[in-house]
Write a protein that binds this ligand. Structure first.
Ligand code: HEM
Length: 204
């Protein structure tokens, strides 16, 4: 029961934050991070393509990814699992490379840029590796890399939990943002490591 409630809570967070990028498309006024950007950057065509590709496909990856970890959904319809997996892979490829590009212009300078860049590289690497493993029919390695991939993707959720807390504590948005560019993913990867070890232990 606790496990089920935990999964529902996890799924709800993924859906809410997965839908959040829509706000950038429907809002008439300048939203969120756009307020911290210079007019020069906001008028840069390549950055705009990168930004909107990143947020829309990142949102899609987050929105569908959690369903893939539900055993009942997976075993009931393996074709759906495969098709959603392909959509997730393509979304991560576009959103990840776009994320790596826009990381260069991140608010907070080099510290934030490096934090987001490492996250993008880990997200891309673990997702591509998970895909290659399933192509080789290695199910346990596919599961392992997908656990790391989605832990990276889930940084979009943890960032939006940590940021208001740190901003309130430090009373300084830029410092909080620099810390959060790292804090949003490092604990996630440690938790993924524990989950992967547990899965291995349960199998043996
Ligand atoms: C996991 C790898 C990810 C990386 C490396 C990454 C990187 C970035 C970067 C560098 C920015 C711009 C920050 C700035 O200019 O200061 C950004 C903004 C944004 N990202 Fe991601 N991101 C990732 C995942 C996601 C996902 C899965 C979503 C889905 C919701 C997402 C949604 C957004 C949104 C909505 C913004 C605009 C800022 C805001 O409103 O909070 N990102 N991301």
């Amino acid at each position: 029961m606790t496990k089920k409630l935990g999964f529902i809570f996890f799924a709800a967070l993924c859906v809410v934050i997965g839908l959040y990028p829509l706000m950038y498309f429907i809002s008439d006024s300048k939203l969120g991070i756009l307020n911290s950007k210079s007019d020069l950057l906001l008028n840069n065509g390549l950055w705009n393509i990168g930004f909107y590709a990143h947020i829309s496909l990142g949102g899609l990856a987050l929105l569908i990814g959690w369903t893939q970890f539900n055993k009942a959904l997976r075993t009931k319809n393996i074709n759906l699992h495969r098709n959603l997996g392909k959509v997730y892979l393509i979304s991560v490829l576009f959103s990840g490379f776009a994320g790596l590009y826009i990381a260069y212009f991140a608010t907070g300078g080099i510290i934030a840029s490096l934090g987001f860049s490492f996250l993008a590289i880990i997200w891309l690497y673990t997702t591509i590796r998970a895909f290659l493993e399933i192509k080789n029919r290695s199910i346990s390695k596919h599961q392992k890399y997908m656990t790391y991939s989605y832990a990276a993707c889930f940084a979009a959720v943890t960032l939006r939990i940590w940021l208001p807390i740190l901003t309130a504590v430090l009373q300084d948005f830029i410092t909080a943002y620099r810390i959060v560019a790292w804090l949003c993913w490092i604990p996630n990867m440690l938790i993924a490591y524990v989950i992967v070890k547990q899965q291995k232990f349960n199998r043996s």
